[in-house]
Design a protein around this ligand. Sequence first.
Ligand code: NAD
Length: 371
Amino acid sequence: MRIAVVQESRPGETRVALVPDLVAKLTGLGYEVGVEPGAGAQAGFADEEYAEAGAALVDGLLPGADVVVSVNPLAPDRLRQLRSGAATVSFLPVAASHDLVGDLRDLGVTSFAMELVPRISRAQSMDALSSQALVSGYRGAVVAAGLLRRFFPLNMTAAGTVQPAQVVVLGAGVAGLQAIATCKRLGAVVQAYDVRAAAAEEIRSVGAKAIDLQLETLEGTGGYAREMTEDRATQQKQALAPYIAAADALITTAAVPGRRAPLLVTREMVEAMPPGSVVVDLAAETGGNVEGSVPGKVVRIGHAQVWGGDNVPSQMPGPASRLYATNVVNLLTLMTHEGAFAPDLDDEVVAGACVTHQGRILHEPTREAIE
Ligand code: NAD
């Protein structure tokens, strides 16, 4: 059976869904692996490396492919080249991709969305949301340190003492915890806040102080946060304002599954930050945690430079691709039986990730929204 690794078509995308080191895992499972020439170039992986690892470098892979792996979903014109019964494995933001999901159904393509892999212990090695959030969190911290016109760590020198930077992190999921840990390693003093009660212990475990706003916590289902009411949001903003006004760097990572990112920080709150301060909004693409942040741009609000994240994992394409590819290969391994691609839809991980199969939409919320 043939696996095709395609060149990504989303503007600005630099990642690739398979790295040369992992080709042997797939050939070992019994697949032939085809890679579109240049697919790994922007992530730093040359065609020759794929070829040496046992992949075939050929154009026009789609019509003969049994499984297509990519980071982003295939563009509609490329999707139409697939045969009925072929499968795709990629990120597939179903809530924002109704037309595409309809096409996948109508073309008889079996599609799997990496963001729908259930976040249970058994599927941790396939959890691409976590692996890419790890990259974003690290990158966000390093960007904040790079933009800040002062030291992150304490320095005690003969010329005097330089105080460490004060950092506030909002949202302490996978990206937030990685941002905290990275800022700590760089020597900053870090405080963090999350609406989930369990997050306080996790914040402390990576060396930061957990901010306690004395507000109701907001646990949703599956270990995620619940959306705030307007009243709760106002209280949270008021309570957070003094912490943000005292911060040299603010990093925001808050998200609620399936919703626009919550607005946590108003323009006025940023305007109260000190001269030379920095804001990194890792949620800018999904609506923004910070009023006025723009994805992919640095804007000035008051004294602060406000950096809006835009496909942040693509800024570290080598490691992001390697982590993503590991997640994909682990999911493919689960769906391979006796050398053939044979997804077992009775397996909760496989069923959870499956969006369309044999002309039907299996992901219930999407089916209800579309049909
Ligand atoms: P996410 O990207 O959906 O959200 C990021 C963070 O924003 C979350 O911690 C959330 O609580 C927080 N948040 C939401 N609204 C907020 C607000 N108004 N103010 C402040 N913070 C707010 O979440 P994620 O990083 O993907 O993961 C969240 C949870 O899932 C964590 O508990 C994580 O440990 C858990 N998780 C479990 C597994 C697993 O068991 N395999 C894997 C990954 C993550």
